[in-house]
Design a protein. Structure first.
Ligand code: CUA
Length: 356
């Protein structure tokens, strides 16, 4: 064996050793890291497995490329006095080229086929799926349930029954949004003019964040709500309450009045947490302890306002827009998602603060 050949073998052996150790470490780290929040849907299983498989396949490829690059920089770098030297003249190596084209092609086709099978699997509709229409707007989500007599029931809270497949029909009133519940693993763009959809079958009772995953304007970061997965019995009860509230007229029926238990709703609680998005997540109001600056500072603009004009500003934010602020930023659905007594409590509270 010639000296050069011996050296080449040493290089390959060293490369293999470094590459193997780095790959094993990378894959182990990748699998150890808890990438996702707790899973609440049946679809999460195959999606998470797909992620793990992609990780196991792609980490060694990344490591292989990086190892060869870094090793070459380290071992074959130009040393002083070699400035004018050139490497040996090398022409194409057909066998090598066939190998490095065929292997990636096989890997890609295999992974695409696998991903397609997973997608088909998680998109299959079941016979008794439940439909929820999800409408995004700057900067809130409204959820519409099929009610009795074909009338939809609006809610600013997403309630879903465990064990049931749900189909979300996602729409937008204004710009692009993206309906995402990380615990369900699925997300889809809300596109003005069309309806997009995805399905999930819920497997875990709990409350999970609903997030807008598409930068949609000033209030994008407050476009967060909650998905409440409850038992079928609790869901039916909630739905019946909603249905009743809708029949009694007024708003489309909102969340239970803040304070609950039949007590009069608490205006301050609605301001800080009971509305969605909460007033306080965009407005400064010293009395409520909020200091957000997306909307006008209510400590300033409420001065001298009467109940009628405050109520109008809640229900029709476009009627009178504070100078320096843009129309269309504040959601226009508070009149639908808050119940009349909640609007009244909120207005009374703001009047009280304004005249302090
Ligand atoms: Cu809607 Cu971001």
């Amino acid at each position: 064996m010639g000296e050069e050949e011996k050296q080449q073998r040493t290089h390959v052996a060293q490369l293999l050793a470094i590459g193997t150790i780095a790959s094993v470490t990378g894959v182990a780290l990748g699998l150890l890291i808890d990438w996702f929040p707790i899973a609440a849907s049946e679809e999460a299983g195959p999606i998470d497995t797909l992620w793990d498989v992609l990780l196991i396949v792609s980490v060694p490829i990344f490591v292989l490329v990086q190892t060869i690059v870094l090793y070459s920089v380290w071992r074959f770098r130009m040393r002083p006095g070699e400035e004018l030297k050139d490497g040996p003249p090398i022409h194409g190596n057909t066998r090598l080229e066939v190998i490095w084209t065929a292997i990636p092609a096989i890997i890609l086709v295999a992974l695409c086929s696998y991903a397609y099978v997973v997608l088909r699997d998680i998109e299959t509709a079941e016979a008794r799926e439940m439909k929820v229409r999800v409408v995004g707007e700057q900067f809130t989500w409204t959820f519409f349930y099929p009610g009795e007599g074909g009338k939809e029931i609006a809610s600013n809270q997403l309630y879903l029954p465990e064990g049931r497949q749900v189909r979300f029909d996602v729409q937008s009133k204004d710009v692009l949004h993206d309906f995402w519940v990380p615990a369900f693993r699925q997300k889809i763009d809300a596109v003005p003019g069309i309806t997009t959809r995805f399905r999930v079958k819920l497997t875990r009772i709990g409350t999970f964040p609903v997030v807008c995953a598409e930068l949609c304007g000033l209030g994008h970061s407050v476009m967060r709500q909650s998905a409440h997965v409850v038992s079928q019995a609790d869901f039916d009860e909630w739905m019946a309450d909603k249905q009743q509230a809708a029949e009694e007229g007024g708003g489309g029926g909102g969340e239970e009045p803040a304070g609950g238990g039949g007590a009069a709703p608490d205006g301050k609680a609605i301001f800080t947490t009971g509305s969605s998005p909460a007033c306080g997540s965009c407005h400064t109001l010293a009395d409520a302890g909020t200091d957000a600056t997306i909307g006008p500072d209510l400590d300033e603009v409420l001065q001298g306002k009467d109940a009628a004009s405050i109520q109008q500003s809640i229900e029709e934010p476009g009627a009178e827009v504070t100078q320096g602020f843009q129309d269309g930023i504040m959601p226009t659905n508070y009149g639908d998602t808050l119940q009349p007594e909640e609007i009244k409590a909120l207005t009374d509270y703001l009047v009280e603060v304004a005249t302090k």
